[in-house]
Design a protein around this ligand. Structure first.
Ligand code: TXA
Ligand code: MG
Length: 374
């Protein structure tokens, strides 16, 4: 199914079957083996020019079109229409002070959105665009404060997914596109996940199969002229430092400017905790007294482990990132009282994954209500 106008064409069962194919079963706690069978599955779905045209018509009318990017699926809307921007916030149930990323077809479009592009920002754009990098720059005066959450900066990104670029070029304008999930939840990495998250709140979903990167873009701010990483992602701090030939400031927990930096974000509904390999056995002994526990770990299940479900995660960070949200969604559906994720190495190539796991884990503790997500 090239393009999915879910409401009109497919029942929910059909949808699952078509998009995620035959591996999906409802027998919950026996999920692990079935998930394992899908690890290398990839599917490329055709999106026709007519599909893109239909998406453009909807966007021009202020409607919402979800589309694939190389990171996660975005909930697209016309960035120049305040009513469309408001519709995005409503669909996501996202608080108004959480700004959106503006998606552009190319670097040239940046100048419409900001009057100040530091040389270092251009350099990063040249090297990493199109790709999983978002630049936060001082906003031009005309940029609506609805888009920037009232901030004096605007976030810009040129995605590399061919369908995203085709859509942006055909639209001939900019699209706001937050991850196409309800506020605080896991970002969607398939079209079916978008529908599960947003249902009829989205007018059209362009189905580009599974996202290649699987976690959200690296966000680099130039608010104060110098580069600061606000959200780690597939473009690493080291790559940025190597490109700029200078040290870059790393994210701080206290940064108020990126809601994604706050706790309880990118989270499944089931509480999630992180345990080291050494602690895992004791941890499971204690926790399984309260009900079934699902485990995500980069090794096989040790004998006698008290886990209702033991999901083996990929050992390479790129593959782990690609599958992370997808695996957490499946584990979330498994009916366990707790998901335990084995901690990942404290190495630069695992930094973005460690960051997302920490946000997801925050949901498992009694955090204050200010703990939010996007
Ligand atoms: O990979 C991605 O970036 C995906 C795909 C769809 O492009 N988009 C995405 O958007 O993750 P969203 O809205 O779910 O997360 C964007 C993050 C939020 O945490 C938001 O607060 C932050 O970017 N952000 C947006 N504008 C900002 C600004 N002016 N200053 C600081 N942070 C900003
Ligand atoms: Mg998001």
């Amino acid at each position: 199914m090239p393009l999915v106008h879910w409401r009109d064409h497919v029942s929910s069962h059909e949808r699952r079957r078509k998009t995620e194919q035959t591996w999906w079963r409802n027998d919950r706690l026996d999920l692990a083996n079935k998930i394992a069978g899908t690890v290398h599955m990839s599917y490329k779905l055709e999106v026709t020019d007519e599909d893109i045209e239909q998406a453009v018509v909807l966007l021009r009318a202020g409607k919402l079109v979800a589309f694939p990017t190389e990171t996660v699926y975005g909930l697209g809307a016309d960035a120049s229409k305040v009513s469309a921007i408001r519709a995005v916030f409503a669909a996501k149930q996202r608080p108004a002070d959480h700004p959106l990323i503006v998606h552009l077809a190319d670097m040239a479009a940046v100048k419409h959105w900001t009057d100040v592009v530091p040389g270092e920002a251009w350099r990063l754009a040249e090297v990493f665009w199109p790709g999983p990098l978002t630049l936060v720059l001082p906003r031009a005066e005309h940029v609506p404060s609805e888009l920037t959450g009232g901030q004096d900066t605007v976030a810009l990104r040129v995605p590399s997914h061919p369908i995203a670029l085709r859509l942006l070029n055909a639209f001939n304008g900019a699209l706001v596109a937050p991850s196409a999930n309800r506020f605080g939840r896991l970002s969607p990495t398939t079209a079916a996940h978008v529908h599960d998250e947003l249902g009829d709140a989205v007018d059209l979903i362009l189905d580009g199969g599974q996202c290649a990167i699987g976690i959200e873009s690296t966000i680099v701010s130039f608010r104060q002229g110098r580069a600061v990483i606000l959200r780690p992602g597939a473009v690493t701090a080291k790559q940025i430092e190597d490109t700029l030939h200078s040290e870059i400031a790393v994210p701080t927990q206290s940064s108020p400017r990126v809601p994604g930096s706050l706790a309880s974000h990118y989270a499944p509904r089931t509480p999630l905790k992180i345990a080291t390999e050494d602690d895992m056995e004791n941890f499971l002994r204690r926790e399984s007294a309260n009900g079934p526990v699902a485990v995500l770990a980069r090794r096989n299940r040790p004998q006698g482990t008290r886990a209702a479900l033991w999901q083996v995660a990929p050992s390479s960070p790129t593959e782990y990132a690609r599958q992370l949200y997808w695996l957490l969604r499946r584990m979330d559906d498994a009916g366990c009282q707790l998901i335990v994720v084995e901690s990942v190495p404290e190495m630069p190539e695992w930094a973005a994954i460690g960051d997302r796991l920490m946000r997801a884990a925050a949901n498992g503790f009694d955090l204050a209500n200010e703990a939010t997500g996007t």
